[in-house]
Design a binder for this molecule. Structure first.
Ligand code: MRU
Length: 354
């Protein structure tokens, strides 16, 4: 099961699993227009930071093809426009901006080599596929490193969905679980249902069951009771953006889970590839938090649950201060405090290797 895949050559299309329909229906959308990519990102048909980044890379190819520039100078203008439109789709996951930056750098390099428009399009498709394949490798590495932290017999709590559905590969937080189970460890997952859009109840439980991993869905407000009664040995979540000091933006509710984990002496790990770290944002205070429609709270899934006209607070993400994080599980291994120093080290290593 793939969240998304490119089908065909530069005349092809983006095949994207519409996650708004899960778990009731498995339907792949055939996306050939930029407006459709943006719409899919906005309404969470594709979601999860790494998957949004991969979709945006393919979106650049789709957008450029649609604008059909006839000269390299026109192509440069078209790309700028496409990049701006994609950048406005969702603000928090930094993978989106990281991916657009990579696509732009590739376009500039091709331009400098004197590439014709058709060559530019082909080169950008290659870059998007490379971003996608790289994400698959990073997920596997995160799983390989992270599984060492889990002991057989443990119950692991996760929030939202940081699995295969949220990435181009096997996931981040769930890659840790999948890899541990592959190693023969007995792991049970508690999936927070994740109000208001129920990514845990609808998506995490769906993909874990398909993979044969034991999973129990719990209401978000059951986390304290689960931890207090000794039923959780470890928490692993994903991230949308990690600031230079280690503050973590992730799905709304993650902060509460982290505070509860600290109170109960339970390790709280954040699994994320280096593309989710934002060395340009000093702390969580600088991370833009997406505010979503009132309707997700007042009439979730079409059912009215509040009186008319009530005020609503519906941020899609919150920021967990770095002090609550036991460690970051990255493709390069476990990153422990002091986070500021070790996160900047992550980028020094990436620069020397990359
Ligand atoms: O609003 P969503 O569903 O895109 O939010 C997703 C999350 O918060 C995930 O935990 C995060 O993107 C990490 S996915 C590997």
């Amino acid at each position: 099961m793939l969240a998304l895949k490119w089908v065909g050559g530069s005349g092809g299309y983006l095949s994207l699993l519409d996650q708004t329909l899960l778990p009731s229906r498995v339907k792949y959308l055939r996306i050939r227009k930029l407006a459709e990519v943006i719409d899919a990102i906005r309404r969470l048909a594709v979601r999860g930071a790494p998957a949004i980044g991969v979709a945006a890379a393919y979106g650049v190819v789709i957008g450029l093809r649609e604008l059909a520039p006839s000269t390299p100078a026109e192509a440069r203008r078209s790309l700028k426009r496409v990049r701006k439109l994609l950048a406005e789709s969702r603000p928090t996951a930094v993978n989106l901006f990281w991916s657009l930056e990579r696509m732009s750098s590739r376009a500039e390099a091709l331009d400098a080599e004197g590439a014709a428009v058709a060559e530019l399009l082909g080169g950008l498709l290659d870059e998007a596929i490379e971003i996608h394949e790289e994400d698959q490798r990073l997920c596997r590495e995160i799983g390989r490193h992270g599984q060492r932290l889990l002991r057989s017999g443990w119950n692991v709590l996760t929030h939202c969905n940081a699995g295969a559905l949220a990435t181009g590969g096997m996931g981040t937080a769930l890659a840790v679980i999948y890899s541990a189970v592959e190693k023969g460890k007995k792991i049970r997952v508690f999936a927070d249902e994740t109000r208001p859009l129920l990514q845990g109840a609808r998506l995490t439980s769906w993909e874990l069951r398909r993979a044969g991993v034991e999973v129990t869905v719990a209401c978000d407000n059951a986390a304290a009771s689960l931890m207090g009664s000794g039923q959780v040995q470890c928490v692993v979540v994903g991230a949308d953006r990690i600031a230079a000091n280690g503050d973590v933006a992730n799905k709304i509710g993650t902060y509460g889970v982290a505070v509860l984990a600290r109170e109960h002496d339970i390790p709280f790990y954040v699994a994320a590839p280096s593309s989710t770290f934002d060395p340009h944002t000093a702390s969580g205070a600088g991370i833009p938090i997406e505010q979503r429609s009132d309707l997700e709270v007042t009439a979730g899934f079409g059912k009215k649950t509040t009186p008319p006209g009530v005020d609503v607070y519906n941020p899609a993400f919150d920021v967990t201060p770095a002090r609550y994080v036991t460690g970051f599980i990255t493709e390069q291994g476990l990153l422990e405090p002091p986070f500021k120093r070790n996160i900047s080290g992550l980028f020094r290593t990436a620069a020397t290797h990359g």
